[in-house]
Design a protein around this ligand. Structure first.
Ligand SMILES: Cc1ncc(COP(=O)(O)O)c(C=O)c1O
Length: 368
């Protein structure tokens, strides 16, 4: 028995592997290693899927965030709002362009950027940009964030590294909006490469051109400096092959999330609001334990039974050693830190896998 956190074996099934090997052979035979035909095909088809005008592949999700900040002219002396708890790449990108992160608190239930905190923090800090993170695949309240930011002239960069498959409202996938939206295609993501890759979506042609310039050493604009953040052709070929199946796999993730939701509904753990069942990409399925001690106990019990689980995230960003001394608001973020446990989540979990996980959690809850 046991339940795996990821399942690369079924994701990379035989016919998929055959197709990818064929594509890689062609790439080798044609010496087309960087920015080849699959880059173009992927960019066109992924933009369509996400209802965006432009998709620009880059080397990884962190570069995507940094380039998005550069495109908006964010640099030294600028302040950028970052949610108080997220994967640290979001804050890292702000520091890497020479700007200063300012913490915006998250809501109590889902851990998503709180518009009221954003309003208060902006009053005090005059933000140049803000980076809502669709953490775990849960959508941030974009309509409220966008209307405030457009009124105040704050650039919005959505960190959708975990959110391929997420709808920020019914009928609107992330990317179908006014902002630059960044993705990571790291191998564990819902849509994943065989290594590192990422992309930026935008509906604005001028901003798309800037991304194209920056990702390839400033080429195409003599006045511009850039970097190397090209996506190699083999990763693009893998990503393009996966586009065919990703919707079906995201649907299966939703079904798994609904089974967890039903199985855990009567237990005294913080479950996410029901509205997310249809909207989230269910990159991860997090539950909130009453304390860090409870989270540690349940994690150890699940792992002792070969059930994969991870404590994302153990610290608020302000608690990271490398991120000391920045201002802002993060009371709820600190309260979240360490209490979250992510259960096994992948498209191939069966009812009996979910029953096994839920059974262990019930056994633990009954002893509390
Ligand atoms: C929320 C978030 N932002 C940014 C990144 C960075 O992406 P990458 O690892 O592709 O650079 C990640 C990666 O896990 C992430 O989860």
């Amino acid at each position: 028995m046991g339940v795996p956190f990821y399942n690369f074996h079924d994701l990379h099934h035989d016919s998929f592997k055959t197709e990818v090997k064929k594509r890689i052979n062609d790439i080798i035979d044609n010496n087309a290693f960087v920015e080849g035909e699959y880059n173009q095909k992927f960019e066109v088809e992924f933009a369509q899927k996400q209802k965006s005008n432009h998709c620009l592949l880059v080397a990884n999700g962190t570069d995507a965030l940094e380039i998005a900040l550069l495109v908006h002219g964010v640099g030294a002396g600028d302040k950028v709002g970052v949610p108080g708890i997220t994967f640290y790449a979001t804050a890292e990108a702000v520091l890497n362009v020479g700007a200063t992160p300012v913490w915006i608190d998250v809501d109590e239930k889902a851990g998503l950027l709180c518009p009221d905190s954003l309003k208060r923090v902006h009053e005090k800090h005059n933000l140049k940009a803000v980076m809502p993170v669709h953490i775990y695949g849960l959508p941030c309240p974009m309509d409220e964030i966008n209307s405030f930011c457009s009124e105040k002239g704050i650039a919005v960069i959505e960190d959708a590294a975990q959110a391929q498959g997420t709808y920020y409202k019914e009928g609107s996938p992330v990317g179908d909006g006014p902002n630059l939206v960044t993705f990571s295609f790291y191998p564990t993501k819902n849509l994943s490469a065989f290594g590192d890759a990422g992309c930026i979506l935008t509906n604005d042609e001028k901003l798309a051109k800037k991304v194209i310039t920056i990702r390839n050493h400033g080429r195409g604009d003599e006045a511009a400096m850039g970097r190397n953040s090209r996506c190699d052709h083999m990763q693009a070929a893998v990503l393009h092959a996966k586009l065919e199946e990703v919707d079906q796999f995201n649907k299966q993730r939703k079904e798994v999330a609904a089974l967890y939701h039903k199985g855990l509904a009567s237990l005294p753990f913080g479950l996410l609001p029901e509205k997310f069942l249809a909207l989230s990409s269910w990159h991860l399925y997090p539950i909130q334990l009453p304390s860090i001690k409870h989270r540690e106990e349940l994690m150890n019990l699940l792992r002792s039974k070969d059930i994969g689980c991870t404590p994302f995230y153990e610290k608020a960003l302000s608690q990271e050693e490398a991120l000391q001394g920045y201002e802002g608001e993060d009371t709820n973020a600190k309260n979240f830190a360490g209490r979250t446990l992510c259960l096994p989540m992948n498209p191939f979990l069966s009812q009996s896998d979910v029953d096994e996980v839920v059974g262990v959690i019930c056994e633990y809850a009954n002893k509390l």
